[in-house]
Design a protein. Structure first.
Length: 356
């Protein structure tokens, strides 16, 4: 045998037999022997950190990811008001997000329910990092933290790997999987002459797997992207429209920072924000007007005593408006914007409107 020829010893006790099939009625398979020992037949097998199932699904692997990631999310829960925003963000990106993305190009054809379960983990992490409550919309949450969705990142990971395959930057046995272009199999000058031939798939599971799906994604890229020669340049092309985080979100006392963020993302304890989610009966302030962010900073008579200090500080730095108080002034320097944030945080603390 091959093992005897090359003087290699296998351990039958550590070997397993896995037959992958989607058939409802599977034919009985004869037992597999190694060194006269019967190899155990299993329904799933873990290899290089991935759980492969006998029906081709990723249920067990996704459950493994969820269990591992949620355990670390729970650590973040205990620390989210003790650590600053930057530290929490580093914690998530360094210790949790890699779990959600390990070998994601392989298992990206998992079902939508499983993908949603992974999205929930990042959503909770984003709320812990920013301090937002469950009242925040997903759109506002991602705009606030400046993150891409997990699905967007999987899409880019697949394209980056395929780019390396197309450019011959992977081993030959991987690069050889790239299908030929349409022009190589046709004598006509077609509009999709440079596009790669699509890979036919009989099942949805295979159609959504790496190679058939990434070929479609590659063909949808503009020609300028396909002509790029270096991985770094290709990554820059994919990331050119990435959302940006407002650097002011990282300044100030953690509790004031969280309240400021909640006001900015419409999920604070202001009655207008609570009324939108049917938590309180009326959106009105105790003074009778609708308690919006603008009302809180500019109109409520209950804060007339502390408002002049805020107005004077900000007016001396830039134009005074609600956008400046919530987001800062992008035309001004970093030092100026930090002064604006500090003035807003002082006003929030002095108002005693929120629970500190």
């Amino acid at each position: 045998t091959w093992a005897n020829k090359w003087i290699v010893k296998f351990n039958p006790a550590k070997s397993e037999s896995l037959i992958i099939s989607k058939k409802l009625y599977k034919q009985p398979h004869p037992p597999v022997f190694m060194s006269d020992s019967n190899i155990a037949s299993v329904e799933s097998h873990k290899q290089l950190g991935l759980f492969f199932s006998n029906n081709g699904s990723w249920h067990q692997h996704i459950d493994y990811i969820n269990e591992k990631a949620w355990a670390r999310i729970n650590i973040m829960r205990r620390l989210h008001m003790k650590l600053d925003r930057k530290s929490l963000e580093i914690m998530y990106k360094s210790f949790i997000r890699p779990i959600l993305e390990y070998a994601d190009v392989v298992w990206d054809n998992c079902n939508n329910y499983e993908k949603c379960e992974l999205d929930k983990i990042q959503t909770v992490a984003a709320r812990l990092v920013t301090g937002c409550t469950k009242l925040v919309s997903i759109e506002d949450l991602y705009l606030e933290c400046g993150w891409e969705t997990i699905e967007q990142r999987r899409y880019k990971h697949k394209l980056i790997l395929f780019f390396k395959m197309v450019k011959g930057l992977t081993p030959e046995y991987i690069s050889s999987l790239v299908p030929p272009s349409v022009g190589q199999s046709s004598n006509y000058n077609l509009r999709n002459f440079d596009s790669l031939q699509l890979i036919s798939a009989r099942t949805v599971l295979y159609s959504n797997s790496f190679l058939p799906s990434v070929v479609k994604d590659w063909n949808s890229l503009p020609d300028e992207a396909k002509k790029i020669e270096t991985v770094a340049t290709f990554k820059n092309f994919l990331n050119k429209d990435n959302p940006k985080t407002n650097f002011l979100s990282y300044f100030g006392d953690r509790r004031a920072q969280v309240i400021h963020t909640r006001i900015r993302t419409n999920c604070s304890a202001l009655n207008q924000h609570l009324h939108r989610r049917n938590i309180v009966e009326s959106p009105n302030c105790t003074c009778g007007s609708i308690e919006s962010a603008y009302h809180f900073f500019f109109e409520c008579t209950g804060y007339n005593g502390i408002r002049p200090k805020l107005f004077e500080t900000v007016s001396n730095l830039t134009s005074l408006n609600i956008d400046t108080l919530l987001h800062g002034d992008p035309t001004k320097s970093k030092a100026t914007n930090v002064q604006i944030v500090n003035a807003v945080h002082d006003f929030i603390r002095d108002s005693k409107r929120f629970d500190f």
